[in-house]
Design a protein around this ligand. Structure first.
Ligand SMILES: *Cc1c(COP(=O)(O)O)cnc(C)c1O
Length: 359
């Protein structure tokens, strides 16, 4: 028997059908493809951080239940009283933990499309069926389509990215609340971009038993640490905690995140700069002939090149040293769409000049 026959016999068909999540090589490029915070840490902060890291005993396992980190997060993020927090190795891991806890044959995950790709990838990898409901033309939730889909498929979990990616908008509060009311499954409001908007569903947690709010430190500026957290009723989190692998948050991440939160002012300032640059970038794209851009409540902007091929624009930007995300051909947005993260002022100017020269 060849190895391929054995693989085909043993690996589940859903897994055989998946593709590896690919990340393009960004060496030497202006990296505007992954919605990261573009600013490095100030030198003084790095010095103080290294002093903290010096104390870590890497021969020991990390704290299995990071209480001190949890306390800091609850204070810094104004987590409502009575709600608990569960940490994940990135919020990606929490998506996996939630679905591992509820997956059973025939159970379903529902999300609008287009949205964050991991909902579908994780759903399929744990053997759940994924149902995609197209957004309306203005990228809002389509209440009728959503209602029908929920009635038909009775999803165990519905994911709503708020703001959504790659569209950048917030869904209307009343539409999200309608989903929460209609669903007899869990509804996860994914606030990965919460620092770039003033809206949140945290205050609705005590109104809806089936609501969970998912957040991440990645887009705030700690993507390399891999830390996300799930906020919700302790009864839910206690079940998810059983599926979580022990020690999923490394000592380095725990200490670094605590340090970052204790020195949060510099991150807040970076966020303010990103929000200001987002407006400048949007105005410039919006005013560029041949470009259509959508307003964003996140740290990226979705735009469409109208007279030319998006693949060509992506390649030309790449050649000019700028890496963006090519979304041409994904469902739910018009042909010719690309997504660009908000970079430093200098990076954004380089991007805009390169784009102008191409279109
Ligand atoms: C980036 C992103 C995540 C993943 O965050 P990590 O904490 O880095 O795993 C989750 N959801 C959405 C909508 C995102 O854009």
């Amino acid at each position: 028997m060849s190895i391929n026959d054995t693989i085909a016999r043993l690996v589940r068909p859903e897994v055989l059908g998946l593709e590896t999540y690919s990340v393009p090589d960004s060496t030497g490029l202006i990296k505007l493809d992954a919605n990261e915070n573009p600013f490095p840490w100030p030198a003084g902060i790095v010095q103080a951080w290294l002093e903290v890291l010096r104390e870590i005993q890497v021969n020991r396992y990390p704290d299995a239940n990071p209480h001190r980190l949890k306390q800091r997060v609850c204070e810094a993020m104004a987590i409502p009283a009575g709600m608990d927090v569960l940490f994940g190795n990135g919020s990606d891991e929490l998506i996996q933990i939630i679905l591992m806890a509820v997956a059973r044959p025939g159970s379903r995950v529902l999300a609008p499309t287009p949205t964050f790709s991991m909902y579908e990838i994780v759903a399929r990898s744990v053997g759940m069926e994924f149902i995609a409901v197209p957004l309306s033309d203005d990228y809002g939730l389509d209440p009728a389509a959503f209602s029908t889909a929920m009635e038909t498929h009775r999803p165990a979990v519905t994911f709503l990215a708020y703001p959504n990616t790659p569209t950048g908008n917030l869904f209307a509060d009343e539409d999200v609340e309608a989903v929460l009311r209609q669903s007899d499954g869990l509804v996860v409001v994914d606030e990965a971009y919460f620092v770039f908007t003033d809206a949140t569903f945290l205050r609705h947690l005590d109104r809806f038993d089936n609501l969970l709010v998912l957040r991440s430190f990645s887009k705030l500026g700690l993507a390399g640490l891999r830390l996300g957290f799930l906020i919700g009723n302790p009864a839910w989190l206690a079940e998810f905690d059983k599926v979580r692998l022990p020690y999923n948050i490394s000592s380095l991440t725990q200490a670094s995140a605590q340090f970052a939160l204790a020195n949060k002012a510099f991150l807040d300032q970076q966020v303010r700069r990103i929000r200001a640059e987002r407006e400048r970038l949007f105005q410039a794209l919006d005013g560029m002939p041949g470009i259509r851009a959508w307003p964003s409540e996140a740290n990226f902007i979705l735009f469409q090149v109208q007279a030319t091929d998006a693949g060509r624009v992506y390649d030309a930007l790449y050649t000019a040293g700028v890496l963006v995300k090519n979304l041409d051909g994904i469902g739910g947005v018009p042909r010719g769409c690309l997504r660009v993260a908000v970079g430093t002022a200098e990076e954004n100017t380089t991007f805009l000049q390169a784009l102008q020269a191409i279109v």
